[in-house]
Design a protein around this ligand. Structure first.
Ligand SMILES: C[S@@+](CC[C@H](N)C(=O)[O-])C[C@H]1O[C@@H](n2cnc3c(N)ncnc32)[C@H](O)[C@@H]1O
Ligand SMILES: [Zn+2]
Length: 288
């Protein structure tokens, strides 16, 4: 990435004007609002000092360890293949992953759409740093095609109108009207959610959060003012996890906030078999 490619995604969070590169490590708008670009290749546009909750470095380490062991590789491959199937119409595509975490899913899509441009977005600066780095980057260091942005999905996003062909949202918070605004008219939103039986064996031990009943219907309804459901792919498997893999799975999720993951995972027999069950939903953007 470069400040040029990064600024091409952005609008000013203060005045909503276009941003452009001002030297090697600054982006700024015409009204003089400027932001430092981290040497690692991303910009932080979260304003204020309000305390916000996002994945910690320890959670990201656990997520890296679990995902890189390949336990969710089928999900990544299916998500990437679904995205690539859109690509004849889109290629090269502009892809934004919102709530990107370590960039594991973004990387899967990047492998199948290597000519496309990517923006990795998360509230956690450490997550964005990992996603950008794993995409092969660093300002002036390399020539990867992943830019990074620290932003809060619950606020107006500092991302330009209609600049994306594809928005990815994998187990992360959503903002339907903002996703609609940043997508081009024929753009696609791909959302991954858990099915009800996802991690049910861990839930029985209080080691995973409940999945909202009828989550599919709630999601489709919540997006319906802006998006129409095009397709749903369901994946389900039972993983035979080792105790360290169970510990990583617990530590990467929200229950790590209150659990001593290692101890509880050792005490639990659940590693004999843990269900992973996902839905990939593709939505087309409504309107012009
Ligand atoms: C369950 S993780 C999923 C990460 C990644 N998509 C994956 O599946 O590996 C949820 C992610 O959303 C991010 N997140 C939480 N609240 C957010 C917010 N308000 N705005 C943007 N990102 C947020 C977290 O920091 C975390 O990286
Ligand atoms: Zn401005």
């Amino acid at each position: 990435m470069s400040t040029q490619t990064l600024s091409a995604w952005l609008r000013c969070p203060n005045c909503f004007q276009r941003m452009s590169a001002r030297g090697p490590l600054t982006v700024a708008c015409a009204n003089g609002h400027s932001f430092d670009v981290n040497k690692r290749g991303f910009v932080n546009m979260v304003a204020g000092s309000r305390r916000l909750t996002f994945d910690s470095a320890a959670m990201l380490d656990a997520r890296d360890s679990f995902l890189e062991a390949g336990w969710y590789s089928e999900l990544r491959a299916t998500l990437a293949a679904t995205a690539a199937a859109l690509s004849p119409a889109l290629s090269p595509a502009s892809v934004i992953d919102i709530g990107c975490g370590t960039g594991y899913y973004l990387r899967g899509v990047q492998e199948l759409l290597p000519d496309s441009a990517f923006l990795a977005v998360d509230l956690s600066p450490s997550a964005v740093a990992r996603a950008v780095r794993s995409g092969g980057v660093g300002v002036g260091v390399s020539v990867g095609n992943v830019d990074g942005l620290v932003a809060n999905v619950w606020s107006p996003l500092p991302i330009k109108d209609q600049c994306a062909d594809l928005v990815l949202n994998v187990f992360a918070p959503r903002n339907a009207s903002e996703f609609h605004r940043i997508l081009r008219p024929r753009g696609t939103l791909m959302v991954v959610i858990p099915q009800e039986e996802h991690l049910q064996e861990l839930r029985a031990f209080g080691l995973a959060l409940d999945v909202q009943p009828d989550k599919h219907r709630h999601l489709v309804e919540a997006l319906s003012a802006h998006f129409a459901l095009q397709s749903t792919t369901r994946l389900s498997t039972v993983m035979s996890l080792s105790p360290p893999a169970v510990a990583a799975l617990i530590a990467m999720g929200p229950s790590s906030h209150h659990a001593q993951a290692d101890t509880r995972a050792d005490a639990s027999p659940t590693h004999k078999g843990v269900t992973a069950a996902f839905e990939i939903l593709s939505f087309s953007r409504l309107g012009t």
